[in-house]
Ligand binder design. Structure first.
Ligand SMILES: NC(=O)C1=CN([C@@H]2O[C@H](COP(=O)(O)OP(=O)(O)OC[C@H]3O[C@@H](n4cnc5c(N)ncnc54)[C@H](OP(=O)(O)O)[C@@H]3O)[C@@H](O)[C@H]2O)[C@@H](O)CC1
Ligand SMILES: Nc1ncnc2c1ncn2[C@@H]1O[C@H](COP(=O)(O)OP(=O)(O)O)[C@@H](O)[C@H]1O
Ligand SMILES: [K+]
Length: 599
């Protein structure tokens, strides 16, 4: 089984993710122990130069099947690299990479962005002996110049060629800019606003050149334009990297929101042993790409051993077409995730459709308050909100059923219209909000908004949520209690433990999942896992459900998967990202459940 090229389910441990503030603090802690900052920059650049060579060779080998072709290539062709540097320390890394690659025999061209003539005249020979290619002399210089300026001197001392982007921008096709590899050292973790003017032009030109020349784009530390702490890209202005060489520790922004689209393959270059047990360096989140292995079922068990999910949704408000599908998708996904029994409380108009597609389900009329309350007592989990409707009648049902679920002490999953009602109850200062928050301290409550729903819940604009998803999910948890998923590319999951909370970033899933009903599927997986009390808490957790959902989506769209036993079978066409439907998911969810037992 292959998922996105990985053999079987990827068993990598969670990867700790950090904010730029933490990265700066780690560096400072290291320097305060007496370590030299320019020495660190040299180390970083030397290691990056090695990785750049490897990445180049890997790309070349991928294009040619025979190793001997590569051998002759290496001897007949001088590798060409174009290194784009900004004025900060990220640019400093770039100047030193130029130095090391030149030493290794590469043809090096540096493009400076935002530099004045005076930036070059300052690096004169009074301060260091720049006649020789001597990094030690420069690094030992007692002058007050910055590390980035020292790096510039090192590269100049080795006669690395450079030109100002400002001078070359009208001639982007000039041979000087034709390269095999393009290095982005414009901005690193210091970027904090929209790149404008010359910076914006340079980022655009870099992307155009790499595309025109089929070059390999490699970002130093983080693609310029991506905000390290949030993953935000302002106005879509960022370097589109094939690979990112991430220094010191993994940045949160590489794995959520826009960062996912811009970073390419990320390689860590740890450099310094930061203290993970120091509270200041507690990761802001953990990147997860795989789930916990499931234990096999006991042979001596029956359907009751695996719980009863009650899905409440699928309403038809007078005069509307209704949303029966939401409840159906949620229910079938619960069963695919292994729930023993399922009842759907939906509008009677949908009972026929439900039973046609899911004869395993039991049904009850959503508006039969007494009957539904009775079922709430009998259920193991209540999942509410998917297609429930937003009118006052639906809100009354929501309040009524949530109260009943809390009285019966059931785990509750709230999605879609349920979240809409919560938001409006919060605006009215309704007591249900504080009751639910209180309830969630001892009982499982999972809430699953996308950014639009989170904006309603927090009474903010969507762009405010999107610009800092981490703060948004934390504020949701503070306001309403419970465990949360903030859905989207690199979904965030916040789980509250006894005395701390843990945030995860989901590293699986794909844009094919941006279709109607995928959220309903997720609510079903969450409820289906919670129902199975034979499982350890970690196996029933919210992050486990989010991973299963993402892996199922990846299996369906992966071009390399062996979902159909690896055989080319015209009866089983592969599904791509465009056209993936929520109804395709249950079969893949079952498959992931099985893979997790096997792994
Ligand atoms: N410390 C060390 O020894 C090591 C550091 N390392 C490397 O340093 C990198 C961090 O370096 P950095 O702090 O100098 O920030 P960097 O990202 O280069 O930005 C420079 C300046 O740009 C500016 N600016 C921001 N946004 C802007 C915009 N939109 N448009 C225009 N200008 C904008 C802003 O300055 P401002 O204009 O606000 O004064 C900012 O300060 C890190 O990613 C890693 O690569 C490694 O070598 C390991 C050792
Ligand atoms: N680009 C993407 N990458 C990864 N996952 C995605 C992407 N787009 C959507 N998803 C996932 O698909 C689901 C969509 O949920 P939602 O927006 O609530 O859909 P709906 O309301 O139509 O059911 C979420 O779990 C989300 O994280
Ligand atoms: K960069």
């Amino acid at each position: 089984m292959q998922i996105h090229g990985h053999s079987s389910i990827d068993k990598k441990h969670p990867i700790s993710l950090y904010s730029s503030k933490q990265l700066y603090a780690m560096e400072q802690a290291w320097f305060s122990e007496g370590h030299d900052s320019f020495g660190l920059m040299q180390q970083a650049a030397w290691q990056m130069a090695k990785h750049i060579e490897q990445l180049y060779e890997k790309k070349y080998l991928n294009h040619h099947s025979s190793a001997s072709v590569n051998f002759s290539h290496r001897h007949n062709h001088q590798y060409r690299v174009s290194i784009w540097v900004g004025k900060g320390n990220n640019g400093g890394d770039g100047w030193l990479i130029a130095y090391y690659l030149k030493q290794a025999g590469w043809q090096v061209q540096i493009v400076t962005v935002g530099f004045e003539d005076s930036d070059f005249s300052n690096s004169d020979s009074d301060q260091v002996n720049s006649d020789k290619s001597d990094t030690t002399a420069i690094s030992n210089s007692k002058s007050s110049i910055t590390d980035a300026q020292k790096a510039l001197q090192v590269a100049r001392s080795a006669n690395c060629k450079y030109e100002r982007f400002e001078d070359s921008q009208n001639d982007l096709r000039s041979t000087a800019l034709q390269a095999d590899v393009y290095i982005d050292a414009l901005f690193g973790i210091g970027l904090d606003r929209t790149p404008e003017g010359i910076y914006k032009q340079a980022i655009r030109a870099f992307n155009e050149l790499t595309e025109q020349n089929n070059g390999l784009a490699i970002a130093v530390d983080i693609p310029s334009g991506v905000v390290a702490s949030t993953g935000e890209v302002f106005d879509r202005i960022a370097i589109k990297a094939d690979a990112t060489l991430c220094l010191i520790a993994r940045k949160f922004g590489l794995h959520t929101k826009d960062g996912v689209d811009y970073s390419g393959q990320v390689t860590d270059i740890p450099l310094i042993p930061y203290q993970v047990d120091n509270v200041a360096f507690e990761p802001v989140a953990k990147l997860i790409t795989t789930g916990q292995a499931f234990s096999p079922r006991r042979q001596n068990s029956y359907k009751g051993s695996y719980g009863h999910v009650l899905v409440i949704g699928g309403n038809r408000i007078d005069g509307s077409q209704g949303m029966g599908g939401a409840a159906i998708l949620s229910a079938s996904s619960s069963m695919a995730a292994g729930a023993g029994k399922i009842t759907v409380a939906c509008h009677e108009a949908f009972h026929g459709a439900l039973l046609t597609s899911l004869p395993d389900a039991m049904t009850i009329n959503l508006h039969d308050a007494q009957g539904v309350q009775h079922l709430i007592k009998a259920a193991s989990v209540v999942a509410i909100g998917m297609g429930l409707g937003r009118d006052d009648k639906a809100q009354a049902l929501f309040v009524n059923y949530i109260q009943a679920a809390m009285t019966a002490k059931k785990p509750i999953v709230i999605d879609a219209d349920g979240l809409y009602h919560l938001a409006s109850l919060q605006l009215k200062n309704d007591k249900l909000i504080s009751q639910l928050r209180e309830y969630s301290t001892d009982n499982e409550v999972c809430l699953t908004p996308h950014s639009g729903e989170a904006a309603k819940l927090l009474n903010k604009k969507i762009h405010e949520i999107e610009s800092d998803r981490l703060s948004a999910i934390k504020l949701c948890a503070q306001t309403y209690g419970g465990n949360w998923v903030l859905k989207g590319a690199g979904s965030l999951v916040l789980e509250r433990g006894l005395d701390q909370e843990q945030v995860y970033v989901c590293g699986v899933g794909n844009a094919g999942m941006a279709t109607a009903g995928m959220g309903d599927v997720l609510s079903g997986v969450i409820a289906g896992l919670l129902a199975q009390q034979d499982l350890e808490p970690e196996m029933r957790s919210l992050h486990q459900a989010v991973i299963i959902h993402g892996l199922a989506g990846d299996i369906l769209v992966s071009q390399t998967n062996q979902y159909n036993s690896g055989k080319s079978d015209r009866g089983h066409l592969l599904i791509g990202q465009r056209g993936l439907q929520a109804q395709d998911m249950p079969v893949a969810i079952r498959h992931v459940m099985q893979l997790l037992v096997d792994s």
